[in-house]
Ligand binder design. Structure first.
Ligand SMILES: NC(=O)c1ccc[n+]([C@@H]2O[C@H](COP(=O)([O-])OP(=O)(O)OC[C@H]3O[C@@H](n4cnc5c(N)ncnc54)[C@H](O)[C@@H]3O)[C@@H](O)[C@H]2O)c1
Ligand SMILES: CC(=O)N[C@@H]1[C@@H](OP(=O)(O)OP(=O)(O)OC[C@H]2O[C@@H](n3ccc(=O)[nH]c3=O)[C@H](O)[C@@H]2O)O[C@H](CO)[C@@H](O)[C@@H]1O
Length: 418
């Protein structure tokens, strides 16, 4: 049932990616939804898909929208500073095509203050209108998790905040069409809540990674320790791993930037990032030590990385730890190969790894194998088939420990996990 305050309204989602497209699809089931993106291919595909979304790359269409939701990327630069260019560029185009009385909602993950201190001045300058009088703003972050069918938009609470009570009321009504709403007291609180969700996750994984380094030196199996500790009712369940993706390894740097700007040096957040950033090198070193222990000449040896994506079962390579791993292996003049049934060859080659079509697709044996992203499809593989890909003494670095319970692994194989 569409309530009075949103009945007849038009929503425009700007940025139809992992976040924007499902959001636009959800709204299109209830009200007229325009989907705007600068990627013409996406618009063409959407137009030909029979979707209810009015897909367009014509910014003039934004003029028809009563509520504009911005879902553009918020990456970091090579210097790990926030890159707000997509947000500013989207706000510029929206400002130039802003309907009087419209509400503009930023959904992208940012640091507290971006909506009101960066986005609003751009909207005012480009529209010639005054925020709070002739248009309004809000912030509502996204929590969707790629490839997670359990936590879909309709099943995850969405934080919503407007610049004033009336705007917040309208936004809560709107988002209630598609999901459960949590009303935040103000925009900065909502911006902060989102970014710390991912910081907390990053830090917890960093602790697991530090523990795995300590326990491997003590000859203790980290997973066994976590299984035992996990029997405590309030033990938080994380696993050691290579933290990739365009969220968890990126978002902490947004709050770090804002903290530094106000003169505070966030030691804990950066300590976690330093540990997680060092893990791809650590895994590469495990492979190199394995080659050495197996009596293999490191220079010119062949190492296969299985699972090149940033996490299991998601065909997404953004901020994949494989990039850093390949660089480290190449430092030792190792030939790196990549196998990932979820990716095409170009996506694998882009990391500097030679893509192979099939595991048995080469007329030569590998010297070591690193299982990075533990795709479900790998679970069908018999460990002996994987080990048979190696010449001499097999070397297997199993990042997520998906083969740790295979007895054969221990026989005559140099096996390491985190
Ligand atoms: N992917 C996730 O799991 C996820 C979850 C929660 C939050 N987020 C956050 O949501 C935001 C978007 O992430 P994403 O994963 O959807 O990104 P994405 O790269 O998948 O999609 C972004 C889309 O925006 C378009 N775009 C870029 N600049 C534009 C502009 N100026 N005008 C119009 N369209 C433009 C791109 O063409 C692309 O289609 C980021 O801030 C991210 O941190 C992502
Ligand atoms: C961006 C957004 O708002 N949504 C995010 C999205 O995050 P994501 O897609 O980036 O996925 P994650 O699962 O966080 O993984 C990130 C990396 O960390 C590795 N990892 C993970 C857990 C662990 O114990 N040990 C690890 O090593 C994993 O391999 C991967 O490389 O979904 C999360 C879950 O709902 C949300 O919390 C999170 O906000």
């Amino acid at each position: 049932m569409v309530s009075e305050s949103v009945n007849g309204k038009v929503v425009c989602v700007v940025g139809l990616g992992y976040v924007g497209l499902p959001l636009a699809e959800a709204f299109a089931e209830h009200i007229h939804t325009i989907g705007f993106d600068i990627d013409q291919r996406k618009i063409e595909n959407l137009k030909n898909s029979g979707s209810k979304i009015t897909a367009t790359s014509d910014p003039q269409q934004i003029k028809n929208a009563d509520v504009v939701l911005i879902c553009v990327p918020t990456p970091v630069t090579k210097a790990k500073d926030p890159d707000l260019k997509p947000v500013v560029s989207a706000a510029t185009v929206i400002g130039q095509n802003l309907k009087p009385g419209a509400i503009v909602v930023l959904e992208s993950t940012v640091y507290p203050g971006v909506t009101e201190e960066i986005m609003v001045p751009v909207l005012e300058q480009e529209s010639g209108m005054q925020c709070g009088k002739e248009f309004f703003v809000g912030y509502s972050p996204e929590r969707i998790n790629p490839n997670d069918d359990e936590h879909t938009i309709d099943k995850i609470t969405k934080i919503v905040s407007g610049m004033d009570t009336r705007t917040t009321d309208t936004l809560c009504e709107l988002y209630s069409l598609v999901t459960t709403v949590y009303r935040a007291p103000n925009i900065k609180t909502a911006e902060a809540a989102k970014v710390i969700e991912n910081i907390q996750r990053d830090l917890n994984i960093a602790l697991m990674n530090e523990l795995s380094i300590i326990f491997s030196r003590l000859g203790i199996n980290t997973k066994d320790v976590l299984d035992a500790a996990g029997t405590k009712w309030n033990f938080h369940h994380y696993r050691p791993g290579l933290v990739g993706g365009h969220c968890i390894p990126v978002d902490p740097y947004y709050l770090v930037y804002k903290a530094e700007e106000i003169g505070y040096h966030p030691q804990v957040i950066l300590a976690g990032r330093a540990i997680n950033d060092s893990m791809p090198k650590h895994v590469a070193e495990l492979a190199i030590k394995g080659l050495n222990e197996a009596g293999k000449v490191i220079k010119g040896s062949k190492v296969l990385i299985m699972g090149v994506t940033y996490k299991e079962n998601v065909p997404d390579t953004r901020e994949s730890p494989v990039e850093e791993m390949v660089k480290e292996l190449n430092e030792f003049h190792i030939d790196v190969y990549g196998y990932d049934p979820l990716l095409n060859h170009e996506a694998i080659n882009r990391f500097g790894a030679k893509a192979i079509e099939r595991l048995d697709g080469t007329d030569f044996k590998m010297d070591a194998i690193v299982v990075n992203a533990p795709h479900n499809v790998f679970k069908k593989l018999a460990i002996k088939d994987i080990l048979s890909l190696c010449n001499g003494k097999p070397v297997l670095v199993d990042v997520a420990g998906m083969f740790r319970d295979c007895g054969d692994v221990r026989e005559g194989c140099y096996y390491r996990t985190l």
